[in-house]
Design a protein around this ligand. Structure first.
Ligand code: GLU
Length: 268
């Protein structure tokens, strides 16, 4: 439990399904609440890094598109518009509580190359040192499926990479379900939430199954693989519902919420 209550540097990932309605428009009430809570955590002495999806969803809503664009160029253009809107709103909401945000957009090749990886790491450490909240997304306007190896594909994986790069003490993935269950809670009312996972086995991976909602790209499977990346670096990972951002206060106060993936050994 202390790995959560005492975590100083925390990466929090929020997905499109938490931030936006089905029509792609921002859920302002939830977004505002999330920003307020993150400012609260920052004020109590923690350092917050936010990994936020939403560029494509928000861009679609802004451009009045009802269908996910099929052509990659369209998707990239839509993401360029949406990312701008997303940052505008974050700047506004965090600014209301007197906090400054800085945008960091990453692609996989940046973290695969030793020099650019080090640059990204230095940027995170400097932003955090300055008390700035980094807001991170994949650079969707340049990352393409065609250029193999260029994109992370989903922001769960990205958030685990960011946790490692920023030398975080904890990764929290907010999603549309309150953790990992021992069955499918959407179809089986008997399914129970698993509060702690010690070691990500094939059985755990099998429980994570396939994708969840239609808006985001990842389901529980990508969350478990993100937890695996974080755990390998000694970083615990909590997956919990993002429906009520104030739950984060309870989590950091020591309430057992969601599913915590506990690393075999703490980060050094
Ligand atoms: N980077 C994508 C976006 O901002 C989201 C990827 C994901 O849903 O994991 O729209």
């Amino acid at each position: 439990m202390s790995h959560i209550t005492q975590a100083k540097r925390v990466v929090i990932k929020v997905g499109t399904s938490t931030l936006a309605y089905e029509n792609g428009r921002l859920n302002l009430r939830r977004m505002e609440e999330l920003c307020k809570v993150l400012c609260g955590l920052q004020n109590e002495g923690r350092e917050v890094v936010l990994v936020s999806s939403g560029a494509v969803g928000v861009g679609m809503a802004k451009l009045g598109l009802h269908k996910h664009p099929e052509e990659i160029e369209q998707r990239q253009a839509v993401a360029a518009v949406g990312q701008c809107e997303l940052m505008f709103m974050y700047d506004k909401f965090f600014g209301e509580y007197n906090h400054t945000v800085g945008q960091v957009l990453l692609t996989r090749d940046v973290v695969q190359n030793q020099v650019t990886r080090k640059n990204a790491e230095n940027t995170f450490l400097t932003l955090l040192h300055l008390g700035i909240i980094p807001v991170v997304n994949e650079n969707d306007s340049v990352a393409t499926d065609e250029l193999a190896g260029k994109n992370f594909g989903d922001n769960d994986t990205l958030s685990a990479t960011v946790a490692v790069l920023s030398q975080a003490d904890l990764l929290v993935i907010l999603t549309d379900i309150d953790g990992l269950y021992d069955g499918n809670p959407r179809t089986n009312p008997q399914a129970k939430r698993i509060p702690y996972v010690y070691g990500i086995t094939d059985k755990i991976k099998a429980l994570a199954g396939g994708a969840g909602s239609d808006l985001g790209t990842g389901g529980m499977a990508t969350k478990v693989s993100a937890a695996e990346i974080a755990n390998r670096a000694g970083i615990p990972c909590v997956v919990l519902s993002g429906a009520n951002p104030r739950d984060l206060y309870d989590l950091f106060d020591g309430t057992v919420l969601g599913t915590t993936f506990v690393p075999a050994q703490e980060k050094n």
